[in-house]
Design a protein around this ligand. Structure first.
Ligand code: ADP
Length: 313
């Protein structure tokens, strides 16, 4: 199947979907992969990680240019819905160009796999950072939240909702610049009203209007950024319990506690982003102008902060 050409012909109307359950996604992979159309060969290097759908490897071309190649085994695309999802991910992601969005350069396929050629984020994601550090300092959180909000500001202006903002999708480059990645659940709201029944994302980050099957908007990303900010400053997600039904009940009842140790400005911003009513959540510009976001923000972070609390002069 010529996946990229075939799926371009499929009407882009998105069927309701859930993110794929984790299964064996490891692609059949030779040591060298070939983009036949461009006549470029890539040497496959280190394994970078795998998600529900794709595995990611570092690859290098003959000129020494390095990429992260997100690789999807075509066996997983036999289902038309999965093929449409991947087609939608590529179509949306390929058009994006922003300092804080992982760049997708191009995509190609061979007999076995589809390859998405991405900007390499060698410092992994905020998920690994948070696992090691637990709660981080407010200046660090401000640094990461600011870059996430700038990326979402760009996406929302293009009428794109990411719909899966979470620590594991906030990648870090070699120089500790944050890049929003994984557009597997993203949608363009100008392409038609998305499905009311759609439920997505990581449970703790699902907005109440999604759980309640109401129409959702860019404000689901703001809710998720509120969850990310909470996890970064508190060390645990706001609605986490060991029972999924109870977690969902708490999300719907807006039941969470913010520890007193946080600054008033941080508490105010988290509360605003976690407003039960989407219309009461701030938009990206309002977040950027909030008192919390105007506190001291380091221009860059040392890589040592992946494991250790930094000291700010
Ligand atoms: P899925 O859509 O299947 O969830 P992801 O986009 O989350 O796949 O990618 C799977 C894993 O590959 C990630 O968890 C991460 O470890 C790694 N990865 C993805 N994109 C990059 C990148 N640009 N740079 C480095 N590693 C990446």
């Amino acid at each position: 199947m010529d996946f990229l050409r075939e799926t371009r012909l499929v009407k882009a109307a998105m069927a309701p979907f859930k993110k794929s359950v984790v299964r064996d996604v490891m692609p059949v992979l030779p040591k060298v992969i070939c983009d036949e159309r461009r006549q470029v060969y890539y040497t496959v290097g280190d394994f970078l990680g795998k998600g529900g759908f794709a595995a990611c490897y570092k690859v290098v071309d003959a000129d020494g240019h390095t990429f992260a190649s997100k690789i999807v085994n075509k066996q997983l695309l036999k289902n038309k819905n999965e093929a449409q999802k991947l087609s939608q991910e590529i179509r949306i992601h390929k058009c994006l160009q922003h300092e804080h969005v992982v760049k997708m350069y191009f995509a190609f396929e061979d007999a076995n796999n589809v390859y998405m050629m991405l900007e390499l984020c060698s410092r992994r994601s905020l998920m690994e950072l948070q696992k090691r550090r637990h709660a981080i300092t407010e200046p660090e959180a401000r640094y990461f939240i600011r870059q996430t909000v700038l990326a979402c500001d760009y996406l929302h202006r293009l009428n794109i909702i990411h719909r899966d903002i979470k620590l594991g999708n906030l990648f870090l480059t070699e120089n500790m610049v944050l890049k929003v990645g994984d557009f597997g659940l993203a949608t363009n709201i100008t392409e038609g009203l998305h499905d009311k029944k759609w439920v997505c994302g990581t449970p703790n980050y699902i907005a109440p209007e999604v759980l309640n099957k109401r129409l959702h908007s860019v404000k689901v990303d703001i809710w998720a950024i509120g969850c990310v900010m909470y996890v970064l400053l508190v060390g645990t997600p706001p609605f986490e319990t060991d029972n999924l039904d109870e977690t969902y009940r708490r999300i719907c009842n807006n039941k969470y506690k913010i520890p007193f140790e946080l600054s008033i400005d941080a508490i105010d911003l988290i509360k605003a982003m976690l407003s039960a009513m989407p219309t009461e959540r701030p938009d990206t510009m309002t977040i950027l102008k909030s008192p919390f976001m105007n506190g001291f923000t380091p221009a860059r972070l040392p890589t040592s902060c992946l494991t250790t609390k930094p000291t700010f002069a």
